[in-house]
Write a protein that binds this ligand. Structure first.
Ligand code: UFG
Length: 339
């Protein structure tokens, strides 16, 4: 298929582009490079032996997006582009609503106009809200606890409404749990700008000496070791879930499919620190501090629908996630180069 990938230079996007190319798809990327470095592109090309066409603009730009869809002869789009930092969304709600909703509206309008009606969308387990029933199943009601989460709930709703108005659409909503890890080559991985918000990038920066100690947010949760449980999923498994969803869209009877992409296993913060320490070969320093506002104690998927309908399941272990994240971080202590 000819596939357009928005946000294809970002963390999950870049890993998915590699797998799409390996599966024989023709891929073009559009990325604003607001939260990605151009130096990922030659690395994708080196891993796949393909030249990648990259359009450097923001899909919020309706004219440019319109022109791209008009001329691209795309059969499907995977839409990763979006802002994703929970804390930043609380501080700057308008820029989150603006960017995340605008980009989706601009993209879907242009797709509709040019008859490209297959879309795989990056949603999040955050749409299960503050106190979800466990394990999280796709049928649960959606809500959110911060503006970032609401933009995901709203984008899901927009896409459902678009598909309800025109049944020729085929849309896959993928609800990611906690993506971590890196490409096993060590040449691609997560490269947060500034202070990492997420656990594994923070641990990786402690391990490589960029930060002194990890702060573990809360040791008094109602969990076996007192720290929060999350469903960490290797980014390679997550990328494979996108390829599976893209294939599934072609055979889908209903216009919209919703799939959790997780492992179904909860891992605590301290278990993750221990696993990363095993990967590095030494203990990593941490302190248990106050809880972080907005964290829920436990989050893990029921991934059975994705297995039944996409023929997909996560296969990589927490040790694989840490070994690959460490290979990436130790080979690229400062992340991707600027040039
Ligand atoms: N944590 C620490 N120290 C840190 C960072 C995180 O102890 O420096 C803890 C958190 O308190 C939490 C766990 O590690 O218990 C995981 O935190 P992350 O920030 O890595 O992930 P979250 O589960 O909070 O967030 C992720 C995604 C969001 C998404 C959310 C809910 O990053 O995009 O899941 O689906 F909204």
């Amino acid at each position: 298929m000819r596939v357009l990938v928005t946000g294809g230079a970002g963390y999950i996007g870049s890993h998915t582009v590699v797998q799409l190319l390996a599966a024989g798809h023709q891929v073009e990327v559009v990325d604003s490079f607001a939260n990605a470095k151009a130096s990922v592109v030659p690395r994708i090309e080196a891993l796949t032996g393909s030249l990648l066409t990259v359009h450097a603009f923001d899909v919020c730009d309706r004219d440019k997006t319109e022109a791209l869809l008009a001329g691209g002869a795309f059969e499907a789009v995977i839409h990763f582009a979006g802002f994703k930092a929970v804390g930043e969304s609380v501080a700057e709600p308008l820029s989150y609503y603006d960017n995340n909703l605008d980009s989706t509206l601009s993209l879907v309008r242009a797709m509709n106009r040019h008859g490209v009606r297959r879309l795989v969308f990056s949603s999040s387990a955050t749409v299960y809200g503050a106190d979800p029933e466990l394990p999280m199943r796709e049928e649960l009601p959606t809500s959110a606890t911060n503006p970032y989460g609401w933009t995901k709930v709203m984008q899901e709703q927009i896409l459902r409404d678009v598909a309800a108005a025109d049944h020729s659409w085929r849309i896959g909503l993928l609800r990611y749990f906690n993506p971590v890890g890196a490409h096993p080559s060590g040449t691609m991985g997560e490269d947060p700008q500034g202070n990492p918000n997420n656990l594994v990038p923070f641990i990786a920066q402690v391990a490589v000496g960029r930060r002194e100690r990890l702060a573990v947010f809360g040791g008094d949760y109602d969990t076996p070791d007192g720290t929060c449980l999350r469903d960490y999923i290797h980014v390679e498994d997550l990328a494979a879930g996108h390829v599976a969803a893209l294939h599934r869209l072609q055979a889908m009877a209903e216009p919209v499919g919703v799939w959790n992409l997780g492992t179904g296993q909860g891992t605590s913060v301290l278990e993750m620190v221990a696993a990363f320490s095993r990967a590095v070969g030494r203990d990593l320093p941490y302190d248990i501090v106050e809880r972080r506002a907005g964290d829920i104690a436990v989050s893990y998927a029921d991934p059975s629908r994705a297995h039944a309908e996409l023929g997909w399941r996560a296969v990589k272990s927490v040790d694989d996630m840490c070994a690959d994240a460490w290979r990436w971080q130790s080979a690229n202590p400062q992340g991707y180069p600027d040039a």
